[in-house]
Design a protein around this ligand. Structure first.
Ligand SMILES: [Zn+2]
Length: 256
């Protein structure tokens, strides 16, 4: 079985056919889907989808770096309130993104550090998003790293050196999605130098759609295409890739 550790199928892109999307995921062998939150706006649709099948979906809570602005203090109060209000399976997605805008770099770092501290305090895994901000991001995680801190560097697409630095933290996995199927991506050759034991699968639906559907809307069923590509890279049966990454995900999110 497969676990999609990163899917935003609660977004409006799926309002027309969400039931079919979920049925296709099940038919493709997806046993569980993690729904990472973005900000206040996404909370309600995310929780509504989780409520349809709480044993199939798990929601997370957190403030995404691209949603960090001058009002970040109020947003953090809201995240803390949610953490105390009901159980979530992870803190996410959180991190630093300097690709779109560097204006709030300092604020992004403060918000990320606060959420890393909550991950430790509430004993939850953390789903990390970083874009054009590896140095800042890893510096924050290294600062708070301890036995309790665990999680995923979601949408990993960096070098072997960066991968080794993440893995040397001790309790972190690399989240691999459709990018690994892109012809211009060096990720396959990076992964060849790493063990599949360090990986979890994800889609980041509706984004980063794998080949041959690149450019179209992504959905959780396509996590199978990511698993197929990893089976090719590691010369392992796809069932083996499924078993390894499912085990990693179940342990990390304490799904059983
Ligand atoms: Zn995401």
């Amino acid at each position: 079985m497969l676990i999609d550790t990163h899917s935003h199928i609660y977004l409006p892109e799926f309002d027309e056919d969400r039931t079919e999307v979920v049925n296709r995921a099940k038919a493709a062998g997806v046993a569980h889907i993690i729904l990472p939150n973005v900000d206040k706006e996404t909370l309600e649709p995310m929780l509504a989808l989780e409520a349809t099948e709480p044993e199939y979906f798990s929601a997370t809570i957190g403030l995404h770096p691209t949603s960090v602005n001058a009002a970040y203090k109020d947003e953090l109060v809201w995240v803390k309130h949610e953490l105390d209000r009901r159980p979530y399976c992870a803190i996410g997605e959180v991190g630093i993104d300097l690709y779109w805008d560097k204006t709030f770099r300092r604020e992004q770092i403060m918000v990320f550090e606060q959420q890393l501290q909550w991950a430790i305090e509430y004993d939850l895994p953390v789903i990390i998003h970083q874009r054009d901000a590896f140095d800042d991001t890893i510096a924050c995680v290294e600062k708070y790293n301890c036995d309790k801190l665990r999680g995923i560097f979601h949408s990993f697409g960096d070098s072997v050196e960066f991968a080794r630095r993440i893995l040397s933290l001790g309790n972190f996995y690399l989240g691999i999605n459709g990018v690994v199927t892109f012809k211009n991506s060096k990720l396959s050759s990076v992964l060849e130098q790493l063990s599949p034991d360090n990986l979890v699968l994800e889609t980041d639906a509706p984004y980063l759609t794998p080949v041959p559907y690149r450019g179209k809307r992504n959905e959780s069923a396509y996590v199978l295409l990511v698993a197929q590509k990893l089976a090719e890279i590691y010369h392992l049966p796809i069932g083996e890739i499924g078993a390894i990454t499912e085990q990693n995900s179940r342990e990390l999110f304490r799904l059983d």
